[in-house]
Structure formats: C-alpha cells, structure tokens
Unconditional design. Structure first.
Lengths: 168, 168
DNA sequence: TCGAAGTTGTTGACGTGTCATCATAACTCA
DNA sequence: TGAGTTATGATGACACGTCAACAACTTCGA
C-alpha cells in the first residue's frame, strides 16, 4: 500500500507538487507503516498477539463485567461487523476469547476473554505503551506535538473522520 | 489494525502516557488510515487500480527503457520480494503488466507495462497528486510542514528506516 | 397479531501481506 | 573446475480486510 511513488524525481511536471512536499508526504506515509510494523513485531514477540488482538482484548478488559456484545465491541474499536466477526472467529480458534449465548437477544452473543487471553493481554499492556513512547512520543518536541496535533485533526476533519483532539 | 485502543480512558495508570499524548497518537495513526483509504477509493474509482498497482506501475514508467527486474522494482518501492511477486502475479492476471524473459540472467525476468496498464497509470497520475494536495498538503501551515518533516524523519531514523528528508 | 422493516451477526469470495521453503542460476575461490 | 555459497524469484500456507449476501431474530405499525 502506501502511495509509494518509489522515486524522488520530478513529479512537479505532472502534479504541481515540489520536491520538498513530496518528501514530506512520502515520509509521513512511511513513518506510519514502519511504526505499525515495529509495534506489531514487538507485540507479537512479547505477548504473542497482533495489534488487532490487542485492541479487541483491551476493549473487553475495560468493559463493565468484562464482556461485550459484538456490536458494542465493534463500536468501541471502530471496526465493521464483518471484520470483527472474522477476527473473533480466529481469536476463538486461538483460544483468546470465547463466545457465550445471550439470553436477552436470541440473535446475539457475548464475547469474553479466556484465561489465556487475559494473560496475554496483561503481558502486552506492560510493554505496548512503553514502546509507543520510546518509538514516537519521546522523540517529539512540544511544539512538534502541537503542530502534529493541529494538522492531523484538521486533516481528519477534512476527511469527515472523528478526531480525538477536535478540529483546529 | 492500528493500535486502536478503543477508549479514551485513563491509560496513565498503566502507561505513564497522559490523555493529550494518547489523543495525539490515536489521531496520528487514524489520519494515515483515513487518508490511505480515501486515496485508495479515489484511485479505484477514477482509474480502476489500487495504490499497490499505482506504485508498481509508476516505478516501471519512470524506469529507463520502461522496464525493471523484479528485484530492482522491489528496491524502488520498498517491497519484499515475496509481496512483489504475489502482486505481479495478480497484475499479470489483470493485464496491467507482463513478464518477459531476461537474456543476461537465466533466473530473472523483466516486468513491463502493458498497453492497458499504461493507460490506467496515465489516468491515475492526472488525479492522484491533486488528491494528495487537496486532502493533505494544502491543509498544512508552513510551520506545521516543517515540524512534521522534522519529527517524521527523526522517528524514521530511530526506526532505522530511510528518510527522504534526512534525519533532523 | 401479523407482516414488513430493521438489527445482529455469520459466511464466502477475493485481494492483499508475511513467512518459510524451494528451485534455479550465478558467483567464489581453493 | 567444481563444491559451497549467495542471489533471484515463485509458491503454498496462513493471517487479515472488504464486500455482498444471507439467516435469524426483534421491533413496529396497521
């Protein structure tokens, strides 16, 4: 993926975008990919789970009564129902979560952590935030944080996506 | 994927990362995803190709003699050989590129654009850069561009990944 | 209360990315 | 020159994401 243009040539002739702006764009895309890849690798290595697993399990862990209906879980982490359903199928197969019958709604079910899932999550939580800090947050100057926060929320706004920080 | 924690609660108790920094991280990840998704959607709609297709074809288009060995192509766009091989298999099936025998190295082959591939690429180039500008570059203030450029190249440096801009 | 409409969730098909493995060809150097 | 090493590239197995279709259940209005 990545809108990787793979060269540093003269896009300007076709696009009105100069070299510096292309470099900015390419690096901006690239840094995300590399960060996600590295964080995923560490999560996998240290806790044996993917980022998807982590998000799902954290949402369950934080839920009242440690359980959620798939739809509520999907809302919590911003996933489509189909994606979540496939993910849950795989996680059940790997013993990280279980589905339980739902008494009040015959269509639905509850999703709950297994003992193994809970153990993997706790291990992951210990390290993941620390990695995000050391690979990203700790490398930014205060004014850079401000600039990135402003810029990203403005772009998200333009895209019609919700921002944590609110539009600039 | 996305390191989506799915909630805005008190991560600080587990991570030493405050609310504002979490919001920054979440938005930073999010904006990439949304940008990639939107650009992909437009590329697909306007030219019938994916971002992967686009990157591959642009590299071929820019190459001397309009052809590359798979390994050189992989280097150009930063892809692993296996990923590229699968991608090329699919693109051949869709008629966007062809493989040709390589005389000088019995193991390898050349990858070349087909007429259809070239046509799709030209159509895509007309619009893609404009979209990147309108969805991203045009929304940034000069000082924000500087801050993002500095920060991303520093993070890439930390990750051991090459940066277009050079480390800060 | 009954039927249409909406909700919940699963499934299959397909494109995509990674890893491990393999076959083949090229290189290296004793 | 020939055996071991390295490079090129394809492949199969599997994880993941999206879309469209579907089944099952609930809700709501006449």
């Amino acid at each position: 993926m990545s809108t990787n243009f793979g060269y540093a040539g003269n896009m300007s002739e076709v696009s009105e975008i100069d070299e510096a702006e292309w470099a900015l764009w390419v690096d901006f895309v690239r840094v995300q990919q590399e960060l996600a890849r590295e964080l995923d690798r560490r999560l996998q290595r240290d806790a044996g789970i993917s980022q998807g697993d982590y998000g799902v399990m954290l949402a369950l862990f934080e839920a009242p009564d440690r359980r959620l209906r798939p739809s509520a879980l999907g809302d919590a982490i911003g996933w489509e129902k189909s994606r979540l359903s496939h993910q849950l199928t795989r996680m059940v197969a790997r013993g990280l979560v279980e589905r339980e019958e739902c008494d009040t709604d015959g269509r639905g079910s509850w999703v709950v952590l297994t003992r193994d899932g809970r153990r993997a999550l706790l291990r992951a939580m210990r390290d993941h935030a620390r990695d995000i800090r050391s690979l990203f947050l700790d490398l930014l100057e205060p004014d850079e944080k401000r600039a990135i926060a402003d810029a990203t929320s403005r772009v998200l706004d333009r895209l019609g996506a919700p921002s944590r920080l609110g539009a600039a």
